[in-house]
Design a protein around this ligand. Structure first.
Ligand code: ADQ
Length: 686
């Protein structure tokens, strides 16, 4: 008969218990039987003591015989005898066995009592004792048998229960740490509460998620959502996970809406986490933010032919501000081993500063912009310090594998560090940093898309608000006014489109929402002027009273307006010259639940690797870009639907919850490894 290993394992414990109880019962019946016998003999001996004195006082043989007969009659005896010290039989009564002898070596099983110069010998009737002994044995076997069965059964059940609950735990953990399936806000929240409970999730970023501003006209305080990819991605994650977000204060009413420490609960009206604001002095902001971050690191990391400016005083301010954020973080976290998500290039030094202060912290440093090649990175005078600071993290994340490779290459080239190519990690002074690609995304389902009016209404409203006829073909661009976003190339592509397709003049308008950004930096001011002039020139060249070729709306727009524009457009053009991911492309896809609209996407964005159904172009190649715009405007509805549907399923599956989930699963694993580090066995010298 074949018995499966599982069944064999399950039966082993109960069988062992059964076997042990059989042995125990056998020993118990022997011991208890012996004891019963001894008690019986002792009892008889005690009672015989009374007769022994009569026997001792008997003077005649008849008296002796009479006393013995009396004894044999009253007690359960076969017979009784009086033996002399010399081993002779002096008198006997009852039915003494034939082979009875008074010799002391033969008196083993009989009960003997001293009676003066003789010994009273009692030969017991053993059948009653035997019967009692057998009954006792039966009871014992029955009792132990029932007990054994009960214990074995209970063990079996208990074993199963424990196994099931362990399996359930393991299954739950495996499910929580698995990536497949749809990621939602609830699933992310569940992961955090089950695996990172009490880990005090804290985010540090430059941009704050909610800016309070007081209107100079009405005096009213308004909440603004900043135009920032970092905020777009991190805000839904924080809403799901809770915790604290530490960021630079930036609004005119920020101080009055926070407590004395700069804390407030957000989102307003639907409070889910704490925002801790930090106010920087104008000198700090000039050196850390405008100087080193945006005139040094930003152009260093983007291949856009803008020369980085490195000034020592800026770097010192950058270091000081990183220290200030590290101090604030220590103030905010209440545990020794928090999980800290450090966002972007403004805080390259922060991971090490945090782990110096809180060695138990798990720091993830996510770099939202590209990481340049080692050659390019090497021109930064503080490259070693930046790398060392970043390597204070347990995990360093980028959008693409290429950026990871560039980072690993820089560590290899500029630091004394070991690259673990198999684990994709850098090991320096015993500290391991994993380097991983985590392509960022947008929330799905997207709340702004859900709140927006139906597409037809959006089309009508936007055209009416822009003063355009209802049948105008509409192109849309949504960006911060940054030189990495390819504004000039976009305007030139529209110009080339109209040049090559004169029939579109008066029918097509490209609307650009451009949020002013970093306008104190010279290159940004110059870009602003150049774009303005170019737009004016193209509008003049293809002048049309009803439909100008370009509309530049230079302002920050709140998400409902941005999403209305996405839904109203026929084509969205993302022309970044170099971009980590570019969330505008993914937002456009998320906004189009009507499965219409075409995305023309620069191949120099991280998004182009995922959204392969977009019309992917080189934005420097104006002919290619113009052709793609024309193809988009002429594309049949069926093809639009096919492409949009494929992109929507990609963004739905790889949404921002999955992005955060992947990162946090790696955090859970890292923390587990840190807790159970392999033991280093050192051979002891004799
Ligand atoms: P950004 O450079 O800010 O992000 P992006 O990813 O496109 O670029 O995100 C921009 C966000 O700002 C979007 O949510 C968009 O809707 C919003 N926005 C843009 N213009 C706006 C306007 N005029 N008014 C209002 N809102 C506007 C950085 C990196 C990117 C990376 C993200 C996230 O540069 O490469 O994708 O972080 O990691």
């Amino acid at each position: 008969m074949h018995i499966s290993p599982n069944l064999r394992r399950a039966l082993a414990a109960p069988l062992l218990i059964l076997l042990s109880l059989v042995v125990l019962t056998f020993i118990a019946s022997r011991v208890v039987g012996g004891r019963l016998d001894a008690w019986d003999a002792d009892d008889l001996k005690a009672r015989a003591g009374v007769y022994a004195s009569d026997i001792a006082s008997a003077v005649s043989t008849a008296e002796l015989q009479g006393a013995l007969s009396e004894l044999a009659r009253k007690e359960p005896l076969l017979g009784a005898a009086i033996c002399g010290r010399d081993g002779t039989l002096r008198a006997g009564a009852g039915e003494l066995p034939e082979d009875f002898s008074c010799r002391p070596e033969r008196l083993k099983n009989e009960v003997t009592v001293d009676a003066n110069d003789s010994t009273l010998v009692l030969v017991r009737e053993t059948s009653a004792v035997e019967t009692r002994r057998a009954a006792m044995s039966r009871w014992l076997w029955a009792l132990f048998g029932i007990g054994a069965l009960l214990i074995a059964g209970a063990t079996l059940v208990l074993e199963r229960l424990i196994e099931h609950s362990l399996l359930d735990d393991l299954r739950a953990e495996r499910e929580e740490l698995a990536l497949d399936g749809q990621w939602t806000e609830a699933r992310l929240r569940q992961l955090v509460s089950a695996q990172l409970k009490g880990a005090n999730m804290t985010i540090v970023s430059n941009r704050e998620p909610y800016i309070h501003t007081r209107s100079s006209q009405t005096g009213e305080v308004k909440v603004q959502h900043p135009a920032s990819g970092v905020v777009t991605a991190m805000e839904p994650v924080m809403r799901a996970c809770g915790g604290t977000w530490i960021a630079q204060a930036s609004g005119s009413a920020d101080r009055e809406t926070a407590d004395a420490k700069g804390r407030l609960r957000v989102p307003p009206g639907d409070e889910a986490y704490t925002l801790r604001r930090i106010w920087l002095t104008p000198e700090e902001e000039a050196g850390y933010y405008y100087g080193f971050s945006n005139e040094g690191l930003w152009p260093l990391c983007h291949l856009v032919h803008t020369r980085p400016d490195f000034r020592a005083q800026d770097f010192h301010k950058y270091r000081e501000v990183n220290e200030r954020f590290a101090d604030a973080l220590v103030e905010e976290v209440r545990v020794k081993d928090p999980v800290v998500l450090v966002q972007d290039y403004h805080y390259a030094l922060l991971p090490k500063m945090i782990t110096d202060r809180l060695p138990g912290a798990t720091v993830v440093a996510f770099w939202h912009i590209p990481w340049p090649s080692a050659e390019r990175f090497g021109i930064c005078p503080w490259r070693d310090e930046l790398l060392e600071g970043t390597l204070g993290a347990s995990i360093v994340g980028f959008h693409t594998q290429q950026h990871c490779n560039n980072f690993l290459e820089a560590c290899d080239r500029f630091l004394e560090a070991r690259l673990d190519r198999e684990a994709n990690a850098v090991v320096r002074r015993g500290h391991q940093t994993l380097v991983r690609p985590y392509p960022i995304s947008v929330e799905w389902p997207n709340r702004w898309a859900q709140l927006a009016p139906p597409v037809d209404e959006c089309r009508k409203q936007v055209r009416a608000e822009l003063g355009l006829p209802e049948d105008t073909l509409l192109g849309i661009g949504v960006d911060r006014l940054d030189y990495t976003k390819g504004f000039e190339e976009r305007v030139l592509a529209v110009e080339r489109l109209l040049e090559r397709n004169p029939g579109l003049v008066g029918r097509f308008c490209f609307v650009q929402l451009a949020a002013p950004t970093r306008s104190v930096i010279a290159q940004y001011k110059e870009l602003n002027d150049r774009v303005e002039k170019q737009v004016a020139r193209v509008n003049e060249r293809f002048a049309n009273a009803k439909v100008p070729p370009l509309k530049l709306l230079r302002a920050h727009h709140e998400p409902p307006t941005v999403f209305k524009c996405y839904r109203a457009a026929d084509v969205c053009y993302v022309s970044s010259l170099h971009d980590g991911m570019n969330l505008v492309a993914k937002e456009f896809v998320a906004a189009r639940d009507d499965e219409q609209g075409v995305l023309v996407l620069s191949s120099f964005t991280g998004a182009a690797r995922e959204l392969t159904e977009a019309l992917v172009v080189n934005p420097y190649d104006l002919d290619e870009a113009a052709d793609a715009l024309r193809t988009a405007l002429e594309m049949k509805k069926g093809e639009q639907k096919g492409r949009m549907r494929a992109m929507r399923s990609q963004v739905k599956e790889f949404n921002v919850y999955r992005w955060a989930g992947r990162m946090l699963i790696d955090v859970v694993r890292q923390r587990r490894h840190a807790r159970f580090r392999p033991l280093r066995l050192v051979s002891q010298a004799a």
